[in-house]
Design a protein around this ligand. Structure first.
Ligand code: SAM
Ligand code: SF4
Length: 338
């Protein structure tokens, strides 16, 4: 049992001062990537030296500590998580950690054709694959590197490997892929997939681009209705995680909207993020961070780390400040772990 940071009764869960129980950790396994998406990082992105990033043992120690605080849901992200050395072993070790009940990954899918099977066998349960367009030329323009075929083959391999239900993430950028939203949404007519549109968020170097080129979810819905047919809300379009879900009549799949900018879901946020350099971030869109890797390397015990995490979570910000033009400037998305 662990003492809460404010002397309130003992707890086995991490709770913030607003009463939210924080039990979902998104871990960035690397800040590096094999693509250079225009909304995520500049093409000449400079990455952190390897020795500044969590080594495998350090990562597993922190996972164990978080799991002992009631964190049960873990998502591996990045940068691109599949390019991390030993990714299959890392997944296996996290999956076997006591308390880990849900383990998924957000990936650009480029390497999934070869990795989907080994990852599933190691204990990965699901994947979210980022795919912003079904047009090969526009795919190249958005991601700068990589090909659509690789992602598509990776998606199919993931489905065969049982990494289901498959979710697809699309960030919509005006002038890049706004004309593709209907074709993406129509994938749900033929596949039992969840296609999710994510409103582009402003970060660091790409902040002004994101603010200028954002396409809101309301606009995407209107476009789909005009070009194909209106979507129907699932369960009153209640939040399912971070997405509001819709469907076409009789379709096996669903269309989700993650409207972080125009309709924030902060009130129900249950997540924290661990960056590849071992820093705990309590809000994707606020720069306040707590370094866990430094104390771990300096010899802090697991109990001491637990206290640091509880204290930090207690002060988790209520929500982001995009409406007041408070923009995270210290890191771009790939460094935080989207
Ligand atoms: N490389 C993996 C991928 O692309 O799926 C995982 C990391 S990526 C940072 C995680 C998610 O963040 C992706 O779905 C990506 O499209 C999304 N993303 C990146 N930059 C974004 C931004 N500025 N606004 C909204 N979503 C963004
Ligand atoms: Fe890489 Fe993912 Fe960022 Fe694209 S969104 S550059 S795939 S980390």
């Amino acid at each position: 049992m662990i003492q809460s940071p404010v002397g309130t009764p003992t707890v086995t869960e991490a709770r913030d001062r607003f009463g939210r129980i924080i039990s979902y950790l998104r871990i960035s396994l690397t800040d590096k990537c094999n693509l250079r998406c225009v909304y995520c990082m500049p093409e000449d992105m400079v990455f952190q030296p390897a020795q500044e990033l969590m080594q495998d043992e350090e990562l597993l120690t922190l996972v164990r500590v978080f799991a002992s605080l009631g964190f049960w849901k873990f998502r591996l992200t990045g940068g691109e998580p599949t390019i991390r050395r030993n990714i299959v072993d890392i997944v296996r070790n996290i999956a076997q950690t006591e308390g880990v009940r849900s383990l998924s990954m957000t990936t650009n899918g480029i390497l999934l054709e070869e990795l989907a099977n080994p990852l599933a066998q190691a204990g990965l349960q699901r994947v979210n694959v980022s795919i912003d367009t079904l047009d090969p030329v526009r795919f190249k323009r958005i991601t700068r590197w990589g090909t659509l075929d690789q992602v598509w083959n990776g998606l199919l391999a993931s489905e065969r490997a049982g990494l289901t239900p498959i979710k697809l993430n699309a960030v919509v950028v005006r002038g890049f892929n706004d004309q593709d939203v209907t074709e993406l949404a129509k994938l749900t007519v033929d596949h039992p997939w969840q296609v999710r549109f994510i409103e582009m968020m402003p970060f660091g170097d790409v902040a002004s681009f994101a603010k200028e080129q954002i396409v809101t979810d309301a606009e995407i819905q209107a476009r789909i209705a005009a070009e194909f047919q209106p979507l129907q809300p699932v369960d009153g379009a209640k939040l399912d995680g971070e997405a509001r879900l819709y469907t076409f009549p009789d379709a096996p799949g669903q269309v989700g909207f993650i409207s972080s900018v125009t309709i924030p879901f902060c009130a129900s946020c249950n997540r924290a993020r661990l960056t590849a350099d071992g820093v705990l971030r309590l809000c994707l869109l606020r720069d306040k961070e707590i370094n866990l890797l430094q104390p771990l390397r300096a010899g802090a015990s697991e109990d001491e780390l637990r206290q640091m995490i509880l204290e930090a979570i207690w002060w988790k910000p209520w929500g982001h400040g995009l409406a007041e033009d408070v923009i995270p400037l210290s890191r771009v998305m790939s460094q935080i772990g989207g």
